[in-house]
Design a protein around this ligand. Structure first.
Ligand SMILES: NC(=O)c1ccc[n+]([C@@H]2O[C@H](COP(=O)([O-])OP(=O)(O)OC[C@H]3O[C@@H](n4cnc5c(N)ncnc54)[C@H](OP(=O)(O)O)[C@@H]3O)[C@@H](O)[C@H]2O)c1
Length: 377
């Protein structure tokens, strides 16, 4: 860990080991960062993994923010130091009602702890959410059949959908503190980054799938439907998302605003599939409508193949089921709407970040290889 320094901005990243947390620390520690230099504290429940660059953190805090008593005990003594909270934590449950209860409790516990003392320094909170703001609770079977396809490109001023959504509750909690500190909301598309601790990690899921297909000589079949194969999607590189959050928390005009956050370009899954095939040196298999493919069922018994890949290549120990999200990925990719956000508001407010989605894929695969999470070839 680094020595504590005496800069005025002190960031607390809750959810520091997820894809975005990892990138946010790297961005906050760049010499030219906005609002810097930053002192950075990070929270997660599980201890730091070996691939994590812990030397960049000034303090690591092992804490389950669902536990109110412990959260208060550990975080309230830091309330006179922490100026900026970056909320990246996520609790995923069977129903949206449970998502609301858990995620709201986590955020409320942390905010109460950080604002409890009279000398609290908290001035800004960034809240990361996503395009479920426009899609609704797609993973809750009670509501998923009632949801209408959203109209692309999704815009920040679309009215809230009349369905439960934990994003609404988190936004409302922050709004209730608007006399105490400012906040901004960052709505990401499918996030591309590097971590083994992210619940939904579509990129790593695809890379693990490609690695298994390569090793076993399985065809690398597309996991979605004809519609998504041919139509536009967007994605969010963690570096763009981290930069947007840092920009927003030091930019007057961005206070109390919600922003979409994507790379600013679009791609078809057919294009992305070709790129993945090139990077992994596997044969491109065109999509055939008649070839009904259920990747969830196909991958169900492939955990032992991943175990062998991990063992033979001396990789960081992971279980396929813990680092992939085949069910969520397949469900989203078998829908029929273009998943595209408007970045106009973010640009108009002055955020310049962007990334080339297709070109970035090879870099992310390289990063996973350097972290010893994916095999070298
Ligand atoms: N993943 C995507 O592609 C995606 C796309 C669009 C929007 N989003 C949205 O982005 C937001 C963040 O999700 P994410 O996917 O970026 O998160 P993530 O990568 O899954 O990371 C979650 C982080 O929170 C920590 N955490 C979870 N529960 C915690 C608790 N009770 N106390 C302390 N730390 C806790 C996790 O570590 P431990 O497990 O060790 O605690 C991890 O560091 C969510 O609103 C999500 O819906 C995600």
């Amino acid at each position: 860990m680094m020595q504590e320094n005496t800069t005025s901005n002190v960031a607390l990243i809750v959810g520091v080991t997820g894809m975005v947390g990892v990138s946010l620390i790297e961005c906050l520690k760049k010499p030219t960062v906005l609002g810097g230099p930053w002192t950075v504290y990070g929270v997660s429940r599980q201890p730091l993994p070996t691939w994590f660059l812990s030397s960049l953190l000034n303090k690591y805090i092992n804490l389950d923010t669902l536990d109110q008593e412990n959260t208060h005990k550990i975080l309230s003594p830091l309330s006179s130091q922490i100026t900026h909270l970056f909320w990246l934590a996520l609790s995923v449950n069977q129903t949206e009602e449970e998502n609301i209860s858990h995620n709201s409790t986590m955020l409320s516990n942390v905010l109460k702890a950080l604002t409890s003392a009279p000398d609290t320094k908290l001035s800004s909170v960034t809240l990361q959410t996503g395009t479920k703001q426009y899609l609704g609770p797609v993973f809750d079977p009670k509501f998923s059949s009632e949801l209408a396809p959203p109209v692309p490109p999704f815009k920040e001023d679309y009215p809230r959908l009349p369905f439960p959504n934990f994003y609404h509750d988190l936004e409302d909690i922050l709004a209730s503190y608007s006399n105490s500190f400012s906040h901004s909301v960052h709505r990401a598309s499918a996030i591309v980054g590097a971590s083994t601790r992210s619940f939904f990690n579509v990129a790593l899921t695809l890379f693990v799938y490609a690695s298994i297909c390569k090793r076993e000589n399985y065809p690398f079949r597309y996991v979605g439907n004809k519609y998504t194969w041919e139509h536009f999607w967007d994605a969010t590189d963690v570096r763009v998302l981290a930069e947007q959050q840092i920009w927003a928390c030091v930019t007057e005009k961005a206070k109390f605003q919600a922003f979409n956050c994507t790379n600013g370009d679009v791609f078809t899954w057919k294009q992305l599939w070709k790129v993945i095939c090139n990077v992994f040196d596997i044969e491109f298999v065109p999509f055939h409508e008649k070839d009904e493919f259920d990747c969830v069922a196909f991958m169900k018994d492939k955990g032992h193949v991943w175990d062998s890949i991990v063992e033979e290549n001396g990789l960081y120990k992971t279980k396929m089921e813990e680092i992939t999200c085949f069910y969520g990925m397949q469900m989203i990719l078998k829908q029929e709407f273009q998943h595209v956000c408007s970045m106009n508001k973010s640009r108009e407010f002055g955020f310049p970040g962007y990334a080339d989605t297709l070109r970035s894929i090879a870099n992310w695969v390289d990063k996973y290889r350097q972290m010893k999470i994916l095999p070298m070839n």
